[in-house]
Design a protein around this ligand. Sequence first.
Ligand SMILES: Nc1ncnc2c1ncn2[C@@H]1O[C@H](COP(=O)(O)OP(=O)(O)OP(=O)(O)O)[C@@H](O)[C@H]1O
Length: 559
Amino acid sequence: MTSYYMERYLKNKTFYKIQSQSTIDNPDQRIVDDLSSFTGTALSFSLTLVNAAIDLISFSNILFGIYPPLFGVLLAYSLGGTALSVFLGKGLVSLNFLQEKKEADFRYGLVRVRENAESIAFYGGEENEMQLLLSRFRSAFENLNQLLISSRNLDFFTSGYRYLIQILPAAVVAPMYFSGKIEFGVINQSVSAFNHILGDFSLIVYQFQALSAFSAVIDRLGEFDDVLDSNSKRGDQDSKEKIQLNFCLISSSNGLHSNGSMPLSKRVKLLHVEHLTVQTPSEATLIKDLSFEIFEKDHLLVTGPSGSGKTSLLRVVAGLWSFGNGAITVYVRPRGDLEMLHSPDVVSQQVTSTNETIGDSTGRRNSEGVIFLPQKPYMVLGTLRQQLLYPTWTKDSDNLSDDAKQSDSLPFLMRARDARCVNERSKKPTSEDLLQVLNDVSLGHLLSRFDGLDSTHEWSSVLSLGEQQRLAFGRLLLSKPTLSLLDESTSALDEANEARLYQLIQAAGITYISIGHRRTLYKYHKKVLRVSTADSTSTLQNWSFKDVEEDPIYDFSKQ
Ligand SMILES: Nc1ncnc2c1ncn2[C@@H]1O[C@H](COP(=O)(O)OP(=O)(O)OP(=O)(O)O)[C@@H](O)[C@H]1O
């Protein structure tokens, strides 16, 4: 179940939508704790039920044989008891639900302190953090108090219910013994049978607390399940009202003249944006009716005031957002074609779109050559080697063989990962390639500082932001995507390093779209898309798209 839920959580960028739109709280806790208690409790309840059924069949005969009305009284008593316990304990389900949420919120607060330790330490924000954490803890504690009070009240009732009736079988059967109708042993037998049957009929009364906790877990998992389901269906249903994002395969064989040469006028189109209007999830319009095309090596600089929607445009191209309307077509080629494309013979090939569906959009983006570099690079947990191979290659070959061994023992856990391994590209960079790239991005010194490629560290803490940005460019150089989206990804670098990185990716034949405010960026781009803050009262376009030389800032940038 864990593997099944994780697969759906990570599919179609559901994890991103849950986080950015705050659809439900603490999905991680639902996957870890709720699934664990769901499976554990479901198993123990099933066994209890089977046990009770067998018990009931065995002892009903005995009790019914001794004195049938006793059986009837017992049934009425347990039905009444069940109704009363449901009435008394009905608040427990929501209290348990809240308890799970509040404890998860508290734990998440502590995780955030760990994740943002340096920023909090720089701000000296310990006091604020302490107050925030205490308020979360207090909230969980207060809820627990209420939960304890409700449980105590229910326990009073359950204990009374259990002991009050103990006298009944002896009181009913004893006169029969004194009148000589039954033997003494039958009294004991009836008391024992009575208790067994009472236990079976009173399952709900005795297990009410566990049942209410179980019900809260089912509610939380059900809610999570609905979100995962709706996310996987929504894409198909609402596709007409949303931005259409298409991935088309570039066919390298088409466009040739009969003599095998290429028509020079035709260039490789990589991105086509048509009448695109970008909105936020709250439906505020950011960019109106945007249309442009990007051909190979038409490096584009997206610029404009803060908050105008530059990152949102990249989000749309990356398939993270689809709020608004219009269409985007990304032309991708199968991996490995890049080298071929840069040979002079093929550079002017015609682009033909096959409109072929190539898996889900994340898979398509990653495996077919569109890579996004955010301003704050994401450092995965693992070795320096894994940092460089991320996200194109999932793991190094040593781990792969270890996993293969484990898969014999736990095959169901390997299902998702096996599928990914099959999709992996065969040409995984060797250690020499990785060292070369590290040197190229001026990070060769990391090898001696951190003991080689296979040392594990908390990379987001031990590397400076600029080093992380250079490492991210290293990833880019290794995966050689067709198109790369750079969101202020050199913002922490000095001009010399920035120039070096842009020259490197240009030399690697990667076409890029950068977001940036710096004038120094102009010289590495051919086109400029200038976005201004949208005016909600106007229907006019709030962008301009031109050659970089035509932009007024260009002359300044050369000075
Ligand atoms: N999840 C969201 N829900 C609602 N509004 C959002 C969301 N994310 C971003 N916005 C809003 O969309 C607008 C554009 O954000 P975006 O990040 O695209 O700006 P930007 O031009 O890249 O800014 P900057 O240059 O400061 O990085 C902002 O006003 C922001 O507040």
